[in-house]
Write a protein that binds this ligand. Structure first.
Ligand code: FAD
Ligand code: NAP
Length: 447
């Protein structure tokens, strides 16, 4: 039987899924609600799928943040260690051009509903320009991203100032002269606090626990390149080494007025930021404890102190969301996520998730390897293990890191262990740089 495969999304994960399916001569089409390739990396001042802001730069460095089929040196050898959102968008679009993917992508097309029929049939309903269309596919590949649906925090009382989520934060300028409170200790919170502090009347940052702030460089090298040197050691040993290095270089959080750290390295998703500590020591960002309640413009903190703010920016993360599935069928929004290699479902064999993991590192190199493995299975060169259900369960019971039990920590992987285990399933010659020359299902011509 000839397979017909639908890919949801043409972001960094969807394009590599599409590329690797087509590369093996499979019939595939990708749908994206956007008008271009790039997903989260298409910055827009208007509300959109993207959650990046004007000044976002990547936090994993370039040599650990590239597709093996298309390294940055082939894109632009002068790419900086930590490129901006604009450079990344250009990189993803160059990837799509290099591998001739555009004819296989339906832009401006929202996937509204995916109904599983049986192991060789999916019914997929899309909407383009207000017109709905339902088509049958044999396989479904989900690459819709997991940083686009804001997760708002809730507190007793009412805040009467401006309240927004980091998904809606696009630039610092609108916060000029305002008293700003940022909630969270992740990468969004620290970036947003630094950016608003350049123009605000005051910026404070509220943390509900202590975090280690990892600088972007150690000894003149990107931090992830330094950490890579220890990738051969067990996770716990690496964690200990990282903890020690950070303590020697930066000292205790106490020195910055920040909450003390109570968890080992890796227990929370790492926060990489070169400027937050500097801004705190320059008095531009003020550390605050967790919020207990609101009273008008007043915010009351855990220590009983209160302060007035004009704007609150909740940088409190995102829901894992698959709105095109019936919630009784698949709903990972509150975890757990029992998927083998974060991609294979325990029972449904014609469904793949690509890029739905949170590495301590970059997403798309892992998504590329997942895509290659998916394609190997579809051309019959790789067989999934028989004990799939047990393996899926093990992903939940035996994660790479024991993390604090908060919503953002349901899909974490260690970058190096994850890459290693995906590669162990792939043939030695998995890198493939040839352009796609198969027939486009969209143009019905050879492209
Ligand atoms: C501010 C910020 C900075 C980040 N920095 C990094 C970083 O430094 N390194 C890193 O690895 N990750 C980073 N991330 C994580 C980010 O999720 C990944 O970089 C990357 O975008 C994941 O690619 P993706 O293709 O899986 O998802 P996305 O980039 O989100 O792309 C998903 C695509 O699917 C489309 N889509 C979704 N639903 C539908 C639907 N129903 N129908 C049709 N199309 C649909 C969207 O339009 C989009 O094009 C960052 C995230 C944020 C918010
Ligand atoms: N420059 C960049 O490249 C960049 C910038 C921004 C984001 N990112 C990436 O984008 C992804 C999302 O990052 P994110 O920072 O937006 O979200 P995140 O990693 O989910 O962090 C959310 C933060 O908010 C806290 N939080 C959640 N709910 C809360 C509540 N009710 N009250 C108080 N605090 C609460 C979390 O605390 P807990 O620790 O308790 O969970 C955590 O500190 C990550 O992969 C991140 O690396 C990258």
């Amino acid at each position: 039987m000839k397979y017909k495969i639908a890919v949801i999304g043409a972001g960094p994960s969807g394009i590599t899924a599409l590329k690797n399916l087509l590369d093996q001569g499979l019939d595939a089409v990708a749908f994206d609600r956007n008008e271009e390739v790039g997903g989260n990396w298409i910055y827009s001042e208007k509300e959109s799928h993207s959650s990046v802001f004007e000044t976002t730069h990547i936090i994993s460095s370039k040599t650990l943040s590239q597709y093996e089929d298309f390294p940055f040196d082939e894109f632009d050898p002068e790419t900086a260690d930590y490129p901006s959102h604009e450079v990344l968008r250009n990189y993803f679009q160059a990837y799509a051009r290099k591998f001739n993917l555009y004819p296989f992508i339906q832009f401006g097309t929202m996937v509204k509903e995916c109904k599983w029929i049986d192991e060789l049939h999916w019914q997929v309903t899309t909407e383009k320009d207000g017109i709905e269309k339902t088509e049958q596919f044999t396989h479904l590949v989900v690459a819709n991203g997991h940083h686009w649906k804001p997760r708002y925090p809730e507190y007793p009382g009412e805040f009467t100032g401006e309240f927004l989520h980091s998904h809606h934060f696009k630039k610092a300028a609108p916060f000029a002269g305002k008293r700003v409170l940022v909630i969270g200790g992740g990468n969004s919170a620290c970036d947003v606090a630094v950016e608003t502090s350049r123009v605000s009347a005051s910026t404070a940052i509220s943390w509900r626990r202590g975090y280690r702030i990892v600088p972007k460089f150690f000894f003149g090298k990107p931090s992830d390149k330094v950490a890579e040197q220890t990738k051969w050691f067990p996770v716990k040993v690496r964690g200990f080494f990282n903890q020690l290095l950070l303590k020697v270089m930066l000292g205790d959080n106490k020195a910055y007025g920040l909450r003390p750290i109570t968890e080992p390295f890796g227990a929370t998703h790492p926060t990489i930021n070169d400027e937050l500590l500097h801004k705190i020591r320059h008095g531009k960002v003020k550390p605050r404890l967790d919020i207990t309640r609101f009273e008008g413009k007043k915010v009351i903190f855990e220590d009983g102190k209160s302060e007035e703010f004009d704007s609150i920016i909740a940088c409190t993360g995102y829901w894992l969301s698959h709105p095109f599935f019936d919630k009784n069928f698949i709903d990972y929004s509150s975890g757990p996520v029992p998927l083998y290699l974060k991609m294979f479902h325990p029972k449904i064999t014609n469904l793949y998730f690509i890029g739905m993991f949170q590495p301590l590192g970059c997403i798309w190199p892992g998504a590329e390897l997942q895509s290659k493995l998916m394609a190997q299975e579809l051309i019959g060169k790789w067989k999934r293990p028989k004990n799939m259900e047990a393996l899926c369960e093990r992903e939940v019971t035996d994660p790479h890191y024991k993390q604090v039990n908060t919503p953002r920590h349901t899909i974490t992987v260690d970058f190096h262990l994850f890459v290693k285990s995906l590669k162990s399933h792939l043939p030695k010659d998995y890198v493939s740089k040839r352009p796609i020359l198969t027939k486009s299902p969209l143009t019905e011509s050879t492209v």
